[in-house]
Write a protein that binds this ligand. Structure first.
Ligand SMILES: [Zn+2]
Length: 192
């Protein structure tokens, strides 16, 4: 097959060179209210890869990104954790045959970290893309949480734009006694 990123012949969806190049990108933290959000990339760096979500090739690309980034992150986190921590994906909704966020959280399963799949679902999926903060605030996701209560958790999504969605998710989880340690996303749309 060909590497999705550079189109050179490759054994996997992302070639060795692109994986190494992508690995170099710096991880950053952005604070939204009381929530720290760690992102692996600036959105523009991996935009072409993230735009594959809901397309057939997106399944392999999100899986490759999860294995490359989230799996080692969870392994390192688990090494230093003294008690069990849960992994909660933001709206693991199946579209075009798979839930892209579930591919990310699935890779984070370790002896100390347990994904609670599809436990935090949006009841409103109005399209946010290209919409401003006012629109997003006026059309909340209305998350419903059905997972375990009174736990520590890491919140996971693929992209952070305004941070409104993550903040709304944190608020709902807190109402169920879930202590969100921090959030983790692949990419941050904010460039500064
Ligand atoms: Zn490549």
């Amino acid at each position: 097959m060909r590497c999705y990123s550079c189109a050179k012949l490759s054994l996997s969806i992302l070639c060795k060179h692109c994986k190494e190049t992508l690995f170099k990108t710096q991880t950053g933290t952005r604070t939204i209210g009381t929530l720290d959000v760690i992102s692996f990339y600036k959105y523009s760096t991996i935009e072409s890869l993230l735009l594959t979500k809901h397309k057939p090739e997106g399944y392999r690309i999100y899986k490759a990104l999860a294995t490359m980034l989230l799996k080692p992150f969870a392994a390192e986190f688990a090494e230093n954790a003294d008690s069990e921590v849960y992994i909660i994906g933001v709206d693991e909704y199946v579209k075009s045959g798979y839930a892209h966020v579930a591919l990310l959280t699935h890779a984070m399963k370790t002896e100390k970290t347990t994904p609670l799949h599809a436990s935090l679902m949006a009841q409103n999926r109005v399209n946010y893309s290209g919409k401003n903060l006012q629109f997003r605030l006026a059309n909340p996701r209305n998350f419903k949480y059905t997972g375990k209560k009174n736990i520590d958790a890491i919140l996971v999504d693929d992209i952070i734009t305004t941070g409104i969605t993550l903040q709304e998710a944190q608020k709902v989880l807190m109402q169920h006694g879930v202590n969100v340690l921090f959030a983790l996303t692949l990419a941050d749309v904010e460039e500064s």
